[in-house]
Design a protein around this ligand. Sequence first.
Ligand code: HSE
Length: 309
Amino acid sequence: MIKIYAPASIGNVGVGFDILGAAIKPINGSLLGDCITIKLSENFQLVNKGTFSHQLPINHEQNIVWKCWYKFCKLIKKNIPVSIILEKNLPIGSGLGSSACSVVSTLVAINEIFNNPLNSKELLLLMGEVEGEISGSIHYDNVAPSYLGGLQLIIDDSKIISQTIPNFKNWFWIVAWPGVKLSTAEARKILPKKYTKDICITNSRYLASFIHASYTQQSHLAARCMKESIAEPYRSKLLPKFTENKQNIQKLGAISCGISGSGPTIFAVAENIKIAKKISEWLTKNYLQNKTGFVHICYIDIKGARKIG
Ligand code: HSE
């Protein structure tokens, strides 16, 4: 029996739409992500547990976990039945890479129990494929950080899918999920098909400058570059009072604030724990829409998916 954990992630990281993703872990040591416990079995079995298991489809063949197993078996041309327990600790449609957590933990667990027939690139390609089927198009900015950990730059050329770039060790990442669902597929559909030359240039400038600032460890330059014009202007209306909230969070001392993935989670960056706590309290009071919502102060999770049992 093997147990695998895959962490939550912030897709886009405010400047790299579909290109940057950061794995995160709460500073209080709690697990913010999904777990898969797997063993070989006579036939395919799936048990859903965890805080958000009630959001999962009743029919197992509609569950991502089944899809992962089915696709994996097809790829290696062997039908090997397994028994799986999914601990669904992340809300679906939260913008924290919830589906990626399930996909990554399941595929890592299957690969492990089958004695690693796939290498890490093949595994990541399969993760992207499953994620693409769920969200409408392939994007690696949640599966790559959840699998590999750290801050990932999606390269996606013929040889390399993603590589780790330096992050800022003194940054606290505050994430607030308001307690409502937003479908990634829907949030992708509302985006324009084409962008003007000005927007393309501005976006490239900010992204290139962010990468440069990360390598040269210029924290304030990196934070100033976390602006994006591809998704935020169109998605901000889908989040509760996003523009007003962003301004308030910045007034509290956040050096950056944006939409986590496709939302509705908001993320903010603070340089010290005092400001991080202030932002966390403010978001708890003002951004959560119901009792299921939550706020976490996080570090970057540099480990990614891992065996925890
Ligand atoms: N890059 C993806 C998007 C992330 O913004 O649609 C989804 O979590």
